[in-house]
Structures are given as C-alpha cells and as structure tokens.
Design a protein around this ligand. Structure first.
Ligand SMILES: [Zn+2]
Length: 339
C-alpha cells in the first residue's frame, strides 16, 4: 500500500488571511502524527510530485490554471470569502494533484492494490474554471482523467463520501461516460448542488449519481448505500480503477456538518470498497478531501488505511429507507441495481 505526501501541503495556510480557517495545516499534522505513531501502518511512503500544467489542463481550463498560479506568485489573496490562494498555495495544490496522479499511475502499473494521497488543499469543489470551497485544483479529477487519457484505464469510478457534494468533480465529468462520479453527501447544506434528480448532462443520464442523505445519517445509511447502489453500479460499470474522494467531515464530531459517522464507520466503508475492488480486479486509491475535527480526522484516516490495507471483513449492510429509495431511482439507469 502506498501513501503519497509532500511538505508543500503544510505551507498552504488559509489562516494567514482568514483567521481560524478550518482547512488548516493542523489537519495534516494530526493525521501524520497518528500514522507515524503506528509506524505508518506498514504503508510505503512516497513523494507526491507536482502535477504538470498539461495534467492539470486535462480537467481545468488553461485560464483557470494560469490564474491560480499567477495569484499565488503575486503574493496570494482571497478568491472568495473562504477560499485562499496564498503565496505557497499554487505549489501545494500542484503537488496535491500530482500526488493523486502519481497514485493512479502506481496503482494502474500494478505496484500496489491500495493507495492514499494525503495532501492539501482539498480539490473536489474546484470546477473546470472556478476555485471554491477551499479547493483550487481538483486533484481526484486530474487522477481520473489521467488514468483514462494516458494510463490505459477504460473506466474510472469515483466514490465521494465527503459530507459536501463533489460539485467540481461532477462538473468536470458530467458529459463523459468513462468517469462515473457517485457522491454521498448531506442534503441541503453547502454548496447546495447534488440533488437526487441531478443524473448527468442531457444524453449522458445516469453518468452522474447523487445520493443525498438527511441530517443525522450515520453508519447504516452509508453502508446500505454502498451495498444497495454503489456496489451493483460498480459491477455493471466495471471500472479499471476505483478512487475515493475521502473527506471525513461526515464524522459526528465535525464542526461543519450534521452527520453521525464514527471513525470506525469509515473503516467499515473502506472495507466494503476494498472488497468491491478485489471482486472487480480494480485497485482502490483514496484522495484526502475535507474533515475539520483534527483528532476525529486522524482516527478516521487511520481506520481507512487499516481497512484498505486488508484489515477487517465486510459485514452485512442493513436495510435503510434512504438506500431503498436511492436504489429505485438509480435502477432506471443501472439495471444491475435491484429496485
Ligand atoms: Zn467537505
């Protein structure tokens, strides 16, 4: 198992301009302190190289890539009230995208069956030409697009379990049928997109799957959605690579949202995805997104790594009304889903 990181992640600090910003270097410090104390759980650590401009332009417009770099090089500034592009942010974001890309490269070369790219800033809110929601460049989208364009993957599935809708990833791939984003997120919270009725662009219906869940949802809802919807869709889609937009802000302790997952629940979800990947012969790579309670974040990342590395056996997922309703909707486009 391969763990990708780069010191530039610690230099990107929105708190320089926005005091108390939750997307802080302390998040990564907490994660790495926890993993180091456990001897990195036996994972091999690898550097996250900077993505090339050509790689970034697989998913972003040249104008967007240049704007992020130029603002950073000019000393930095605010893009909106919560999204910061500081003097070190271009470098950090380029390495975050490059870490995800390097992970995809290694997994598709058969070097490991699981990977984790632990870098900042997060990426899944960054749209083709817009930075937002703490995100400058969409790292997981760069990895998925590169996998298809250059690494021999015919199809890539992205499971986004961050508590917020992965609007950037969706916007990037909504007209494509070779990268399938599935987002589980709390309904009604920022950024307000990702309704169940949003199923992709005209002519590509079903190529985007949104699974909003009500406030207070926890383990049973997430596991049942993976079992009833994600697993059968993945079986039918037959991806060569499974990527996880691994945000941990659906944790009960998270200050930004209202769901109820525990650290061990992320481990159970990761076991389910690991089993799915093994069944389909697809490696699994996770990319760090949100998660703003540092201690809960560190515990949840450790649980995820243990599970992706092979610990734990998949359990039986419960029935939930949320999953039953979602299965009914998604079965229209994916017959393998039993409605
Ligand atoms: Zn989030």
């Amino acid at each position: 198992m391969l763990y990708f990181s780069d010191p530039s992640s610690l230099a990107h600090d929105p708190g320089e301009l926005m005091p108390g910003h939750p997307e802080s270097p302390a998040r990564l410090v907490a994660i790495e302190r926890r993993l180091a104390a456990a001897d990195w759980l036996g994972w091999e650590r690898r550097p996250a190289p900077a993505a090339s401009v050509a790689e970034l332009e697989l998913v972003h417009t040249p104008r967007h890539v240049a704007a992020i770099r130029e603002l950073s090089e000019a000393g930095g500034g605010a893009i909106d009230s919560e999204t910061y592009d500081g003097p070190d942010s271009w470098r950090a974001a380029a390495h975050a995208a490059g870490g995800a890309a390097a992970m995809a490269r290694a997994l598709l070369a058969g070097e490991a069956r699981a990977g984790f790219s632990a870098a900042r800033p997060p990426g899944h809110h960054a749209e083709p030409e817009r930075a937002m929601g703490f995100c400058l460049l969409d790292s997981i989208a760069v990895a998925a697009a590169l996998a298809v364009a250059e690494l021999g993957a015919a199809r890539v599935l992205i499971l986004d379990w961050d508590v917020h809708h992965g609007n950037g990833t969706e916007a990037i791939f909504r007209e494509r049928d070779d990268v399938l984003p599935i987002s589980i997120h709390q309904e009604g919270i920022w950024p307000g997109t990702g309704s169940a009725a949003d199923v992709g662009a005209d002519g590509a219906e079903g190529s985007t799957i949104n699974l909003p869940v009500p406030e207070g949802s926890g383990r049973d809802v997430f596991l049942s959605l993976i079992d009833r919807v994600v697993a059968p869709v993945a079986g039918e889609f037959a991806p060569d690579l499974i990527l996880i937009s691994a945000g941990f802000d659906a944790h009960a302790d998270d200050p930004l949202a209202g769901l109820a997952l525990r650290s061990t629940d992320f481990g159970e979800m990761a076991v389910a995805v690991r089993a799915l990947g093994a069944h389909l012969g697809a490696p699994v790579g996770a990319v760090l997104e949100g998660g703003y309670a540092p201690s809960a974040l560190a515990d949840s990342v450790a649980a995820t790594l243990r599970a992706l590395g092979g610990e734990g056996e998949p359990g039986t997922a419960p029935e939930t009304a949320v999953a039953t309703a979602a299965a009914e909707r998604v079965a229209r486009f994916w017959p393998a889903v039993e409605s």
